[in-house]
Design a protein around this ligand. Structure first.
Ligand SMILES: *Cc1c(COP(=O)(O)O)cnc(C)c1O
Length: 518
């Protein structure tokens, strides 16, 4: 080994990444100014840049790994410009795509504070205050959705991970052999069965794959015309699997489906689960927090009956990405699913006074301080603030649904929670006929693409009973009634344009016929 040259490391370290506090202050102020300008200009900005992957890639160029550095000042200015000029803004008042919210401003600042302290919330000793803030945040989340306050919980990256954490707790909690030791083929093992509606989000496919159960372990239950699980079929399928000697162990209810915002009949599913000793899990990644709003569906109260719940603070708590939350009624069941014999390097972790070491409650080891942005926002607005914002999002979706129902060129489909679905139908076409339906699917796909490109509003799609529809999901505290009122005309205008592009001949003939008949 080369001896350290005394002259190179003597005195201040002079590490290339280090900044003086003065430099940090000046760059930080400048960046905060840029972000404040962005927030102020969002409503007047195009929502998305409408650029292709190749165009965006070209902006970054293809230079090799830089050998030497560049000044942080230049870099932060360049990065801010690059991102502001070429991003899609879910903070825009007319962003209603997928289920993604604007970041709460206090959460943006909270993220900066969290990374300044940089606690590793895997072990209590590394994150004394941060671990306790996470525990308090989780308790407040349980209170918001009507779940027991002493439940086990952990913050994870999002709804997928929250559901998967709960899934493992369910497998561990309901499988009678020692699956943690022997796996799925332990002594006395039987074929495991899970029940979920066909409207369930794809986290479940990933979970059965990752945990080795396989896709065939899911017994899909059809949904009714309202997209809610058919509980008669659920009962029948559980009984049939039992009779065959399989082991039903888990049933999943969704509190707010991705496509239409349908809430499964959770209290009834809870009763079926109890009858058959199944673990009852609720995927509330989208709709769970709506339980706080007085105008939300009454079935959401069934969340309180679940053995586990997944909710997503980065959806309806408007936390900046990322933050999901898994809750398990029996906190020991969560701990038992993830704790391992401690290796020597973790044996000295503090266990005194119920210190929670979060690495033993979930799959992650080193963990970021996700709680702070959520904790700050909850304290900034309280339960009442969330009840109002979520309640207003739902009311705006209802208003949108009424507007599209009343519009002569729009056909309304479903409205659930803060989702409204509809499509563009040219006046001369009557839905129903197979050829017309095929064309309407094609036309509405083109309308959606044009709308996304326009930068004026952002929707995504759903498929409702086989029909391609436009879908607005308002999880956005910036959206006003005026924003919603502007949408029907915008869609009708783009609809007419796309229709003209797709069938110019038919429309020309029709226009000619129209003229002669006058
Ligand atoms: C969004 C969503 C998920 C996935 O959550 P992520 O945060 O995207 O990982 C799962 N289930 C439902 C019902 C959702 O709405």
């Amino acid at each position: 080994m080369e001896p350290v040259k005394s002259n190179s490391l003597a005195g201040p370290r002079n590490a290339p990444l280090e900044m003086t506090p003065e430099e940090f202050r000046s760059l930080g102020h400048r960046l905060v100014d840029d972000v404040a300008d962005l927030l102020g200009s969002l409503p007047s900005r195009p929502l998305s840049p409408a650029e292709s992957p190749l165009q965006i890639r070209a902006l970054l160029g293809d230079s090799p790994l830089p050998e030497h550095g560049t000044s942080a000042e230049t870099l932060l200015q360049d990065a801010a410009k690059l991102l502001v000029d070429h991003s899609l803004f879910n903070g825009h008042p007319r962003f209603w795509g997928f289920i993604t919210s604007p970041p709460a401003p206090v959460g943006i600042l909270g993220e900066m504070l969290a990374s300044a302290i940089n606690p590793n919330v895997g072990g209590w000793i590394l994150s004394p205050v941060a671990s306790e803030i996470e525990a308090q945040t989780i308790r407040w989340i349980t209170e918001m959705i009507g779940y027991p306050r002493d439940a086990g919980g952990i913050l994870v990256t999002g709804g997928n991970m929250a559901n998967m954490v709960a899934f493992l707790a369910a497998r561990n909690g309901r499988v009678p052999w020692d699956a943690r030791k022997h796996g799925l083929a332990g002594e006395g093992s039987r074929r495991l069965r899970i029940y979920a509606s066909v409207e369930t989000h794809t986290w479940l496919h990933k979970a059965v794959d990752m945990f080795g159960l396989g896709l065939d372990s899911i017994n899909w239950i059809p949904a009714g015309p309202n997209q809610r699980i058919n509980t008669g079929e659920l009962r029948d399928k559980i009984s049939a699997d039992r009779a065959r000697g399989d082991l039903p162990f888990m049933v999943i209810g969704t509190a707010g489906t991705v496509s239409t915002g349908a809430v499964d009949p959770l209290p009834e599913i809870a009763a079926i689960a109890r009858e058959h000793n199944l673990w009852f899990h609720v995927d509330g990644a989208y709709g769970g927090f709506a339980a706080v709003a007085p105008n939300a569906p009454a079935d959401l109260r069934g969340i309180g009956l679940a053995d586990s719940v997944a909710v997503d603070p980065h959806k309806w708590l408007y936390a900046p990405l990322d933050a999901g939350c898994a809750l398990v009624r029996d906190r020991n069941a969560l701990h038992d699913a993830f704790t391992q014999q401690r290796p020597p390097y973790y044996q000295l972790l503090q266990d005194a006074e119920q210190a929670v070491n979060y690495f033993e409650y979930g799959p992650e080891n080193s963990r970021s301080f996700r709680a702070l942005k959520i904790w700050l926002a909850i304290r900034q607005v309280g339960r009442a603030g969330y009840a109002k914002m979520i309640g207003d999002d739902i009311r705006l979706a209802e208003a949108l649904f009424e507007l599209v129902s009343a519009h002569s060129e729009l056909q309304a489909f479903r409205q659930g929670l803060s989702i409204a679905t509809f499509r563009y139908v040219p006046r001369d076409l009557t839905p129903g006929d197979a050829k017309v339906e095929e064309y309407l699917d094609e036309l509405n796909k083109a309308v959606l693409a044009a709308l996304q490109k326009s930068g004026q509003a952002f929707l995504t799609n759903a498929v409702v009973s086989g029909t391609f529809v436009l879908r607005a999901c308002i999880v956005n505290f910036r959206t006003s009634l005026a924003d919603v009122q502007a949408l029907p005309e915008l869609v009708a205008r783009l609809g007419a344009e796309q229709d003209l592009k797709l069938r110019p001949e038919a429309l020309r003939r029709r226009a000619a016929a129209h003229k002669t008949s006058i």
